[in-house]
Design a protein around this ligand. Structure first.
Ligand SMILES: NC(=O)c1ccc[n+]([C@@H]2O[C@H](COP(=O)([O-])OP(=O)(O)OC[C@H]3O[C@@H](n4cnc5c(N)ncnc54)[C@H](O)[C@@H]3O)[C@@H](O)[C@H]2O)c1
Length: 353
């Protein structure tokens, strides 16, 4: 069991059966009401393991919502708040979020707002949630098509990362989560990048990749939990990525990881254009990402939509686009303000690939 603890966050990586979950339920939540939030898939594939192995969860209320990003929506929050109210949940009760990033983002937001905040535990079941969404305290929902437009930073009571949930995760979702591992390597760890590069497009997962990825994210979050500075490094690939994800959401949704992967090529291209990244490194990044993910094609009207979504990015200031860029492989810099012309040039470039 690899345990990382600090003031803000408790994360355990390893089998849930060897974790402190049982003790925590028996001690801190002995007399608490417990609800488990799942989507259709985690209801089918992950829930039984939890309720059969942890006796205190056998009577938990189960709140099931449809799978998919469309559920990361205020209307679904309202339904969950109604259910918690009907169950007479109080300040001392507990919400367990069992699922991918959609569930951990939404469930964390629901719990943080209900009665000004109740405890919640994340048990991430997708790769993306294990290495990124389920850790680090960012919660929220999409609003008016804009990613994470409403949300808060609130840390979990505890997060349990148990890789065995990945056994039922579709291959395409492994690739989706792999993008965030690539991001962590590019912004902070050239050795991890070399390991990934040697795989030459192979996205096979092992504990080392998961552990190292979580470690990188948590080291950055611990230094800047409220994202006043360094935490923005974690947004590499996400300025363009969120633009793509938002623009495609209504017509032909693409996964978060796929959007971020193409976003990373775009933002590495910008890094090269402004003289921070050399051409060889840029080409290496582009080749590796394209060995895993297909490019995304968009029409001229959709390009305008992508730009509109990029202008909604929370990091922007005074209508200037704020981008995290690479200074090399494993080294990033935040708060770079980009001219719209360069962004348009980058979208045009992505189209040619
Ligand atoms: N809070 C953060 O810091 C942060 C960071 C990165 C991404 N995110 C958010 O995370 C979300 C994406 O997360 P995601 O990719 O996990 O999406 P997701 O939660 O929609 O999961 C992807 C799919 O996998 C299914 N699934 C999950 N676990 C499974 C399992 N063990 N077996 C079978 N199927 C399973 C889900 O039902 C879903 O169909 C986006 O909304 C993104 O904005 C948040």
């Amino acid at each position: 069991m690899n345990r990382r603890e600090n003031l803000l966050q408790h994360i355990e990586i390893g089998s849930l059966l060897d974790s402190s979950l049982e003790k925590m339920l028996a001690n801190k939540f002995q007399n608490a009401k417990i609800a488990i939030l799942v989507d259709d898939n985690t209801h089918e594939y992950c829930l039984e393991f939890l309720i059969t192995n942890f006796s205190q969860l056998s009577n938990a209320e189960i709140i099931q919502i449809p799978s998919g990003e469309e559920s990361k929506d205020l209307e679904i929050c309202v339904q969950i708040w109604e259910a918690l109210t009907d169950y007479r949940f109080g300040k001392k009760d507990l919400l367990i979020n069992l699922g991918g990033g959609m569930i951990t983002d939404l469930g964390g937001f629901v719990a943080s707002v209900y009665k000004r905040g109740i405890s919640f535990v994340n048990i991430p079941t997708s790769l993306l949630a294990m290495v990124d969404a389920g850790i680090g305290g960012k919660n929220g929902v999409d609003f008016k098509g804009i990613k994470n437009q409403l949300g808060c930073i609130q840390f979990t009571e505890h997060t349990f990362v148990d890789e065995s949930f990945l056994q039922t995760l579709p291959e395409i979702e492994i690739k989706n989560g792999f993008a965030e591992i690539i991001k962590h390597a590019l912004i902070a760890d050239d050795k991890l990048w070399k390991v990934i590069r040697e795989g030459n497009g192979n996205t096979e997962i092992n504990s080392d990749l998961i552990n190292r990825s979580i470690q990188i994210k948590m080291e950055i979050v611990e230094r800047d939990p409220l994202e006043t500075g360094q935490r923005k490094l974690l947004n590499f690939g996400h300025t363009i990525g969120h633009g793509l994800e938002g623009a495609f959401l209504e017509i032909n949704p693409i996964s978060h990881g796929h959007a971020v992967a193409i976003g990373m090529i775009g933002e590495a291209y910008i890094s090269m254009k402004v003289g921070l990244l050399n051409e060889d490194d840029f080409n290496e990044i582009k080749c590796l990402i394209f060995a895993i993910y297909p490019n995304v094609k968009f029409s001229e009207p959709l390009k305008k939509e992508i730009l509109n979504f990029i202008y909604q990015d929370k990091k922007n200031q005074m209508n200037k686009i704020n981008c995290t860029l690479l200074k090399g492989i494993g080294v990033a810099s935040f708060d770079n303000y980009i001219e719209e012309e360069l962004l348009v040039e980058t979208l045009n470039y992505l189209e040619t690939l």
